[in-house]
Design a protein around this ligand. Sequence first.
Ligand SMILES: NC(=O)c1ccc[n+]([C@@H]2O[C@H](COP(=O)([O-])OP(=O)(O)OC[C@H]3O[C@@H](n4cnc5c(N)ncnc54)[C@H](OP(=O)(O)O)[C@@H]3O)[C@@H](O)[C@H]2O)c1
Length: 262
Amino acid sequence: MNLGLEQKSVLVTAASRGLGLASAQLFAAEGAKVTIASRNEESLQRAAQQIQTATGQSVNVVKLDVNRPEDIARAIESAEEFGDGLDVLVCNAGGPPGGSFIQLDDSKWYQAFEQNLLSVVRLTRGAIPYLRRSSAGRIVNITSSSIKQPISGLVLSNTMRAGVWGLTKTLSDEFGAYGVLVNTVGPGRIATDRIAEIDEVTAQREGIDVAQVTEKFIAQIPLGRYGQPEEFARAVVFLASPANTYITGQALLVDGGMVKNL
Ligand SMILES: NC(=O)c1ccc[n+]([C@@H]2O[C@H](COP(=O)([O-])OP(=O)(O)OC[C@H]3O[C@@H](n4cnc5c(N)ncnc54)[C@H](OP(=O)(O)O)[C@@H]3O)[C@@H](O)[C@H]2O)c1
């Protein structure tokens, strides 16, 4: 299937590693003009080099902390200049810290709100004038399987991701009239640095090996393994492409069947 992404202008935030990087690389492989943005310049340059080597496409690189409105404005402007417009926005950010409710004070709640919910609001507000002008404007918000089944010990993530899901649905209604399609994709357990760190912390807390932690999670996944970032990226890239003409306001989990609800 031709996804129709050639020459489309795409901004992926938090794209120097993991799910963001895998998505950016697949957009580039499809011939899109891709801008990647995150905080550490060295990691960004490494990611750009990786994409260039794998796809032959050079990508635009912008330093961005999604907590800073001025960085968001600059990233959108840079993506728009590089791509001669903006067709696709993929909102991604680092995950909030774990912890149970009684361990978390207001400052942690404000930080998680700004990084994982307000950033999506700000990115969308900045990008929507350009997306409206596109013939195939698309927004994909990266969340978590917790939008369908909250995860113990991740109260900040559970709460903010649910907010992004509510926002996604609402925006799909408001932006449908402009032909802008808005969806969210929720990872279950996709093998990235973040998941490796979480497994390590869980192993320490429970006094067991990381391998045992991994085994426990895998036992809950019908496909019997963690997913790979490229497998997740395929869902993001399809939903963000002109080939997706009628799917909007949806939450798609890429979780190997882990979440059991209907
Ligand atoms: N992997 C999974 O299975 C899974 C499951 C559920 C939810 N998630 C969520 O999906 C998102 C991506 O996960 P991942 O596994 O790809 O994480 P990852 O491997 O830790 O990568 C995180 C990326 O986010 C960037 N980043 C972090 N904070 C940022 C900020 N304030 N502004 C801009 N960029 C920032 C990092 O680059 P810099 O440090 O250079 O900024 C890096 O590129 C996270 O929110 C995670 O919680 C992932």
